[in-house]
Each structure stands twice: as C-alpha cells, then as structure tokens.
Design a protein around this ligand. Structure first.
Ligand SMILES: [Fe+2]
Length: 445
C-alpha cells in the first residue's frame, strides 16, 4: 500500500480535496445551491452551534450521497459492549489482567466491532458525562461494515497488529506505539492484518484537548504539529442493500443497511476530524535535580470535566527517558489517589513491576486503593547507585486516569478469565526496615 498522506497540526481548521476531483470544495461558502461535481453538502457538528470559538467544532463534508441515505436502524446483538456499571458489585482491590486473549482466525472470524469488550467505566451516557475502557480483540477486517459512536470519542491504542482505518475524512494507518482519536459521529471501518489487540478510552460528551503547559511554556509534551489528520479520499462503490452501518447509541448497538460505501466524501473542510499521533514524538519533561514530578507531566491528551483541573480522563504515557534524580527513590512512589488509574502496556517492561504486568494486559488501581512498586523493585531501587540511567527503553506503558470511580464489568471480572488472582502477592514480601534507634547512615547529610 502506498504511504498515506496527512495534514499536520492539532485542532486546526483544515481543507482537503481528493486529487481526482480538483476544485471540489465550494469557494467562499459552505452550502451552494449546487455543489461542485454535483455533490451533497453535509455538516458534522462536534459541539453545540453556540460553543465559544475555542471549543467550537464542526466540519463540512462534500459527498456523493448524504449519510441519511439508509434503511432504518434495528437493534443488534450487543456482544460484550455495555454501559451497565452495576453488572457486578464494586471491588476496591488492586486488579491486574494477564494479556487479553485474541480469538484465533481459524476458529472464529472476529472484526473490530464484534471484538469490542467493555472492561470498566463510569458515568452516564444520556447526560454526556463519563467514560468507558474497552479492549478490542480481533482477527478479521470489517467487510462492508462501518461503525460510528453517538455517545462519545474513541481514543484507540493499538497494542498488537497494524490497523488501516477508513474514515469519512480519509485513510489512516496505525501501528502499535501510535494512537488515534475518532471523534463522536465519525464513521470508520478497520482493516487488520493479523490477530490484533488494543485498548480504547471512550469519553462521553467531551473532546480530547492538549493539556495546558503553564510554566513549561509554549513547547513540550505532545506538540501540536505532530498530530496528523487524514486527507480526503473517496470510493464511489455501490453495494446494493449490502453495506451495514453500526451505531452505538445510548450504549446499545444498532445496525442499518445502505446501498453505498459511506466513504464517499470527495472533499471536506473544518476542525472536527479524526487524528493520529506517534507516541515517539512526545517530548518528555521530568525532574532533573531530585524527587518526582507528578505523572501529570506525562499527559498526552486530556478530556476535561467542568471542574477546573479535573479530568473526565487523561491519557498519560511513560516513555523512554533519562532518570537523573539525585538522592531519590526513582521508581513511582507508593501512593493512594482520589483518581482511578487504568494502566496498559504496549510493549516492554514497566519499571515498577518487572513481572506480571505484561504487554496486552492491564491493571486498575481504583480511587484511594493503595499501590506502588513491588517488593523486589523497592529493594533494588533503595540500594541502586544513582547514576544517570536510561528508563523504559523499548517500553511504552500508558494510563487512562479518571476522576470518576470506575466500575468493572462482568466480562472484566469473570468472563475474560484473565484476572490475575495473585496480584496482591507482589506486595506481600514488603517488610519493615524501621530502625527506631538508628537514623539511617545512608541518609544524605
Ligand atoms: Fe498510581
């Protein structure tokens, strides 16, 4: 496949025409009486019409047929997609999952949508406040099927296998260590090339933003220019009665049939688009003297709540970097957090837990549930000679951190059969080092 082209920049006002139809964007207006090439004009609104300018999001799509050209939606099998946060009782324990198992293609063909599994979440879809964490486990491409989400935005984190994502705005290729965001309402279809796995953070009713940088200044963390937006690409493909559009609406799945591919947008302009980002481009900022900066310093994207400084969800990564802090216990500190922390591992070994937390697995440390390095990590890091050292080379762990108290689904606690019942044991060997009559001679003067 030829290398795909992209437009660069986060949240920009963009314009794109499929090069096969030059001049397909109307000049000087959005809605001419007749559009160039006799296309239909359609607006996709990602914010209320009246939102302030800095949060106002919409795009204009110029397409062969409008999206409304479809048969009625009907309810379909929900699979393991849910927004029922009371399926099982609450569980405050530290939870850790072994790698989620991908179905074998030889046994059952599963595509991106039929392979969606809701792991945990909180909040209310109807009032547009909350989030869900899903796992996708698939082995087949979506054939004459697309998906769109009426409930919120998907931040997709592939962990194993490459994705080719067709969207109404064009095509994006995505491989592990890259992420993409498909915003509310955008139709997309996913091709896969092997047994494929990844994580999804869904937020209801808000969009992801770059975090404010405060005293860091104008540059750093995820830089806006590194976000990539697809360019217009269309197919004029008829599939009489045979194309299925799947919609997640109020947490339930529906499907309708139509006669054409939905990827029939010849040109578009606007600031409401899908986008992707390579995590290698994250400019890490960290403590260079002693102690730790809080992990918020690793925030790639944030979905803000209405409370200042409090996120519905942050997407945070732990990228390769130098560790140089003097007289400091360098691994993550022991802590209890009012936020809920779901972690996943794309590749490598996470520094605070060398075993047990594996690529394709996950962990959840819920509100105020204590956690921190395992005993082995504590022993080693307490004695380590503090020279500059590389941390997390070849590794990419991430966190979905939320101010909401997350409920785990029945699939997450039982059906997936991946829960590690022995997780708590990694802290059992922790022992007291207290020497009441002797201040440690190793303490710096
Ligand atoms: Fe934590």
């Amino acid at each position: 496949m030829a290398e795909l082209k992209y437009i660069s920049g986060f949240g920009n006002e963009c314009a794109s025409e499929d090069p096969r139809c030059p001049g397909s964007l109307p000049k000087g207006q959005n809605n001419p009486q007749v559009c160039p090439y006799n296309l239909y004009a359609e607006q996709l609104s990602g914010s209320a019409f009246t939102c302030p300018r800095n949060t106002n999001k919409r795009s204009w799509l110029y397409r062969i047929l409008p999206s409304v050209s479809h048969k009625p939606f009907e309810s379909i099998d929900q699979g393991h997609v849910t927004h029922n946060w009371d399926e099982v009782g609450p569980d405050p324990n530290q939870l850790r999952w072994k790698p989620f198992e991908i179905p074998k293609a030889s046994e059952k063909k599963v595509d991106f949508v039929s392979g969606l599994y809701t792991l945990c979440g909180a909040g209310d879809i109807k009032s547009n406040n909350g989030l869900a964490v899903h796992i996708f486990l698939c082995n087949s491409s979506m054939e004459n099927r697309c998906f769109y989400n009426s409930d919120g935005d998907f931040l997709i984190v592939p962990q194993k296998g490459k994705l080719l994502i067709y969207t109404e705005f064009g095509k994006m290729s995505l491989q592990p260590n890259e992420i993409c965001v498909i915003q509310r309402g955008m139709r997309f279809s996913v091709d896969v090339f092997e047994e494929t796995r990844g994580y999804i953070l869904e937020v209801y009713g808000v969009h992801f933003e770059l975090p404010d940088l405060g005293p860091i200044g104008a540059n750093g963390l995820a830089n806006p220019r590194d976000f990539l937006i697809p360019v217009a690409w269309y197919e004029d493909r008829r599939v009489p009665g045979g194309y299925t559009v799947i919609n997640k609406y109020q947490g339930k799945l529906f499907a309708c049939k139509q006669d054409v591919s939905p990827f029939n947008v010849v040109a578009w302009h606007g600031n409401y688009t899908p986008y992707k980002y390579n995590l290698e481009n994250f400019m890490v900022i960290n403590a260079v003297a002693f102690d730790h900066a809080d992990p918020s310093i690793f925030t790639v994207l944030t979905a803000k709540s209405l409370r200042p400084g409090v996120a519905i969800a942050d997407f945070v990564i732990f990228p390769p970097r130098w560790g140089v802090a003097d007289k400091t216990f360098r691994p993550p500190y022991y802590h209890r957090n009012c936020m809920s922390e779901f972690m996943g591992l794309i590749k490598g070994h996470y520094e605070a837990k060398q075993g047990g937390f594996l690529p394709g697995g996950g962990s959840l440390h819920s509100a105020m549930t204590p956690h921190g390095p395992d005993a082995d990590c504590f022993e080693k890091a307490s004695k380590a000679k503090l020279e500059p050292e590389r941390i997390a080379d070849g590794t990419m762990a991430f966190m979905f951190e939320s101010s909401l108290s997350l409920a785990v689904t029945k699939w997450g606690l039982k059906t997936c059969s991946c829960l590690d019942d022995n997780y708590y044991k990694c802290w059992e060997p922790l022992r007291s080092h207290f020497t009441p009559n002797s201040r440690s001679p190793t303490e710096p003067k």
